[in-house]
Write a protein that binds this ligand. Structure first.
Ligand SMILES: *[C@@H]1O[C@H](CO)[C@@H](O)[C@H](O)[C@H]1NC(C)=O
Ligand SMILES: *[C@@H]1O[C@H](CO)[C@@H](O)[C@H](O)[C@H]1NC(C)=O
Ligand SMILES: *[C@@H]1O[C@H](CO)[C@@H](O)[C@H](O)[C@H]1NC(C)=O
Length: 392
């Protein structure tokens, strides 16, 4: 099949910049069959989520500083995941697939149909009963994926839910949340067990589930989901660092040299260690243990007052760009950008609807608009603070 070469033209400061992109639409690609016993990221590149890409291009247009604007344009081309958080957004997946997707690109989707932001006793916890979850999220998503057999997909399953289940397992009020997790997650894993998909089950990060006393419970819960979904071949392992984040490899961890003294009960204070330590526990219980690691906003370390400070962390920078991890950590498949940097985690205005206290804390960027809205100023912080630096 002849590859179609399109010229996408960007206008800025009156200059036309032509970017040659060899593009083949997925419709003309061969049928995809992903072998989840292998690291698919050695063959596939994360496709830039076109909605986020457009937000970044719009943001670039209003940047005055020419150098910073060039950096923003670079970020538009970085691969990123699409978040499926509302049932009304399912049709956006179809729109997304109208993008021209090269045959060697993989479309990333974060599935967040169950929602738990803080803990399962909080009113913010909205458990989604299986019938609604199936009808609103999983079945339509599986249908779309099945009707696009020539497109490769990587799906991160339900960030934030496992930490709730593990951390609050002894709270009677959390029993319904745990029950929901144990029915919904296996259903999702089984329904998405399709040849053109690899799935990664969210496993929080080293700061919440890396505690020595929680690692075994975490591995067991994952094994339970794996068994309950009939051990799906396409489940590759875990996704880490998406809801709240840590350093990849700062030693001993995100905070400082004395972190191991402050928290001797946590030996997984960076994600590199977390992937290794939890991975070993997963291997023991016979569950898949490879990982993708979200590095979208972890470029800068040592910014926070507390590990729990997850919201719009002030001074954050874009982190490592998506791609194969390589090197010594054989369990880590790839760095990915799950979170779209520049999209607000939540409003900093106390009293506004949806306000979470973490978004108003001293280490959170202010002002920040409500969750999901674009924050231009914060996006520019991420650009300036990006590590590695954005080469233009
Ligand atoms: C998948 O990869 C594994 C590991 O390389 C290999 O043993 C297996 O045969 C492959 N499966 C298929 C269906 O190609
Ligand atoms: C859960 O969140 C609510 C509201 O944010 C808070 O009041 C409560 O203390 C939290 N419970 C636990 C066990 O952390
Ligand atoms: C999962 O199934 C395997 C094989 O039947 C079994 O050995 C293991 O104990 C099960 N794990 C859990 C957590 O149920």
């Amino acid at each position: 099949m002849k590859p179609i070469v399109l010229l996408s033209v960007l206008f800025h400061h009156g200059q036309a910049v032509s970017v040659a992109r060899p593009l083949t639409s997925a419709a003309s690609c061969p049928t995809v069959s992903l072998n989840a016993s292998t690291n698919i990221w050695t063959q596939y590149t994360l496709h830039p989520n076109p909605f986020y890409r457009q937000q970044v291009l719009n943001a670039a247009k209003v940047i005055q500083d020419a150098d910073l604007q060039k950096k923003a344009l670079k970020i538009a081309d970085v691969g990123s995941f699409f978040w499926l958080s509302k049932s009304t957004e399912v049709e956006k997946v179809t729109t997304l697939l109208e993008d021209v997707i090269p045959c060697n690109h993989v479309v990333g989707i974060v599935l967040q149909g169950m929602y738990s932001q803080a803990n399962c006793t909080s009113p913010k916890y909205k458990s989604t009963e299986l019938a609604a979850y199936k009808a609103s999220f999983i079945d339509p998503l599986a249908t779309i994926i099945k009707s696009n057999p020539s497109t490769a997909f990587a799906v991160i399953v339900e960030p934030s839910t496992l930490p709730s289940v593990i951390i609050h397992s002894d709270l009677p009020s959390c029993a319904p949340a745990i029950e929901t997790y144990r029915t919904n997650i296996p259903y999702a894993l089984e329904a998405l067990n399709l040849p053109n998909v690899v799935t990664y089950l969210d496993a929080g990060h080293g700061g919440n589930l890396g505690w020595d006393k929680l690692q075994i419970a975490t591995a067991n819960e994952i094994a339970l989901a794996y068994n309950a979904s009939s051990r799906p071949s396409q489940l590759r392992g875990i996704a880490v660092n998406t809801a709240n984040w840590n350093s990849w490899d700062m030693s001993p961890g995100e905070f400082d040299q004395s972190a191991l003294e402050i928290w001797p009960e946590n030996h997984a204070q960076n994600e590199q260690r977390y992937v290794r330590l939890l991975g070993a526990k997963l291997a023991k219980v016979g569950a898949p243990n490879h990982a993708v690691v979200d590095t979208s906003r972890n470029g800068v370390q040592g910014l926070r007052y507390e590990w729990l400070d997850w919201c719009n962390v002030d001074g954050a920078g874009f982190g490592r760009r998506p791609g194969v991890v390589g090197g010594a950590n054989e369990l880590a498949d790839a760095f990915i950008w799950a979170v779209g940097g520049g999209i607000s985690d939540g409003t900093s205005e106390e009293g506004e609807e949806g306000y979470d206290e973490y978004c108003g804390k001293p280490g959170a960027y202010k002002p920040s608009p409500p969750r999901g809205q674009w924050n231009q100023a914060y996006f520019e912080v991420l650009l300036r603070e990006a590590r590695p630096y954005i080469q233009v």
